[in-house]
Ligand binder design. Structure first.
Ligand code: GUN
Length: 294
């Protein structure tokens, strides 16, 4: 049987980023300053630091100004909230992103609730969550928005299809379920999690299967219906002594075996990750335009 086609997140993200770049150039040509993104990074988690560098590089390539506010892991919550208040007030900043996870003594939801919803380019503030669930315009969380964009640009039908999401996080599973069931997208959505009974059988019903559970190779071929589109959100480090760095990155899906059954599949890396960054840039441009138009 032919292997499933790759959903090339890198290539699709490049197209989105080129569109953002064109939008930024247009703003600047109209005499406005370039959009400006503030990224807050607390602690020295190497994966987070690497994601933030990726976001900054992509911003620069799209003509977006960026500044990273880096702090040691012992930053107090009061100091972090002060910084957020200053960034909210600063009219030269359009978007603010607080990289997650935060160290355990910092309450991520309390910090995110202090962001101005109109600068919350990560789409995680409860106001933006509420806008998503009530069909109003707001900032959509970047990974779910990126998945939708990838499906749309690959002409993968969602209307009247059955979508199964594995994972119920605030960052991915929950908002993605809302987006997939929206009018116009019209998927029928099931959200599974670590305590779901008959998980494999439910996954096997999926026309579109999204794995966002954070466990390496959790989705095996027997869980996948022939012809499904499989979206792998996982980025897991597994030991690999053959690599200099001692590990490699794998998704939540057993890629090789599942590819034999799926019609479409995202690689890891190079699938959902680049889309997350592209949607962040798109949200930052949107934030800049909103501030200009008042
Ligand atoms: N950590 C992992 N993914 C994300 C994301 O999309 N946004 C933020 N802020 N932190 C993350």
């Amino acid at each position: 049987m032919a292997a499933g086609r790759l959903l090339d997140g890198k290539a699709i993200a490049a197209a989105v980023r080129a569109e953002v770049r064109a939008g930024v150039d247009e703003l600047v040509a109209q005499g406005h300053r370039a959009p400006n993104l503030a990224v807050v990074l607390v602690g020295n988690d190497p994966a987070s630091a690497s994601y933030v560098r990726g976001k900054m590089r992509a911003s620069a390539a799209a003509g977006i100004e960026g500044e990273t506010f880096k702090f040691d892991r012992d930053l107090s919550e009061a100091d972090l909230l002060d910084l957020v208040a200053r960034l909210n007030e600063d009219s030269s900043i359009d978007g603010i992103l607080v990289q997650l996870p935060l160290p355990p003594h910092l309450d991520a939801s309390r910090v995110i609730e202090r962001l101005s919803p109109d600068k919350d380019v990560d789409g995680l503030h409860v106001i933006n969550t509420g806008r998503l669930w009530t069909g109003r315009d707001g900032f959509l969380p970047c990974t779910p928005a990126g998945i939708l964009e990838m499906l749309r640009r690959s002409n993968i039908e969602t209307r009247m299809r059955r979508a199964v999401i594995i994972g119920r996080s605030n960052l991915v599973g929950k908002p993605l379920s809302g987006l997939l069931m929206r009018k116009g997208t019209d998927a029928t959505v099931t959200v599974c999690h670590s305590r779901t009974r008959d998980l494999a059988a439910i996954c096997h019903e999926a026309d579109i299967l999204i794995a966002a559970i954070g466990r390496a190779h959790f989705v095996t071929a027997t869980m996948v219906k022939t012809g499904a589109a499989v979206i792998d959100v996982g980025i897991n480090r597994i030991d690999d002594p053959t690599r200099d760095r001692g590990y490699r990155l794998v998704g939540d899906v057993d890629f090789k075996a599942v590819r034999e059954k799926a019609d479409w599949i995202t690689p890891v890396p190079g699938g959902v990750g680049p889309m997350t960054i592209a949607m962040l840039l798109s949200n930052t441009l949107k934030a800049a335009k909103r501030l200009i138009s008042g």
